[in-house]
Design a protein around this ligand. Sequence first.
Ligand SMILES: Cc1cc2nc3c(=O)[nH]c(=O)nc-3n(C[C@H](O)[C@H](O)[C@H](O)COP(=O)(O)OP(=O)(O)OC[C@H]3O[C@@H](n4cnc5c(N)ncnc54)[C@H](O)[C@@H]3O)c2cc1C
Length: 275
Amino acid sequence: MSIERDSVKHPLVVRRVTVSAVAQITANLRRITLSGDELAGFVSSGPTDHLKVFFPDPATGELTAPTMTETGIVRPDTGVIISRDYTPLGFRSHDGHHELDIDFVVHGDDGPASAWASRAKRGDLLAIAGPRGSKLLPHGATHVILVADETALPASSRWIDMLPTSVTLTGLFEVAEVGGEDYFTPEQHARISAEWFYRTDGLGQIDPALRSLGSIGESTFVFLAGEAGMLVPLRRYLRRELGLSKKQVAADGYWRRGIINADHHEPIDPSDPED
Ligand SMILES: Cc1cc2nc3c(=O)[nH]c(=O)nc-3n(C[C@H](O)[C@H](O)[C@H](O)COP(=O)(O)OP(=O)(O)OC[C@H]3O[C@@H](n4cnc5c(N)ncnc54)[C@H](O)[C@@H]3O)c2cc1C
């Protein structure tokens, strides 16, 4: 049986939201909870969904974001638009009160999103747009392998929570240091057979770990996400050496070392004809 993933579209909505809670989950991941009436009707139905998050201009503190009108999206004439992509981790709605969690990797002040997240406090304002669409869980997969760095731990968390227990889950995760594995809850740890690799022990540990999984059957789906350069040899191995079909492998460069606001629609490997 071949693996298929259906997609659904959602109406594009731009929402103004307020920080209602901040929690440090691991040394470099902060959970920011956003609230507000404009979250009414928020829908995210796929594990790899993403939002455009709009941040205040660090120079002025002013938040500039597009607005939706009947004729489409309108960008304001003034102000600086600063946006980055983030995973909607969890959404809750009770008695007309709505909350959305986003987990931010804090990697210093070299990026506006990271700098904002490291200082975020209750009452701060953001805008979010999306998700515009959702890719749903793959049909026909009996085994899912997740390969991720910290930026894709939120998506991995969603995979773990959304997949039925009949699907076997394997994870290879690269994090900064010991303690990064505390990102998952005990229930999530119990659900997935995971290996954790610490950058303090050196880079490039995922490649041999992926190879050591051995042959990968046609009912296995592999999700690869994180730093784009890290993914290049992994996807090449899966597609070229093991010969996995395109539908079995989803590789998404969530960021690229040295590039500001890297576009994840760009090829992760321009020399690869698949890109
Ligand atoms: C579909 C999708 C979902 C994503 N979900 C999440 C999520 O849930 N949580 C999350 O934290 N990120 C997520 N990301 C990644 C996030 O969008 C990028 O890391 C983004 O570049 C961060 O913006 P910034 O303003 O901090 O840094 P930028 O201004 O974009 O970059 C400034 C510098 O920081 C470097 N940099 C960027 N990200 C990192 C990092 N993680 N570690 C070290 N250096 C970095 C860049 O290479 C550059 O040199 C997602 C990306 C995509 C495409």
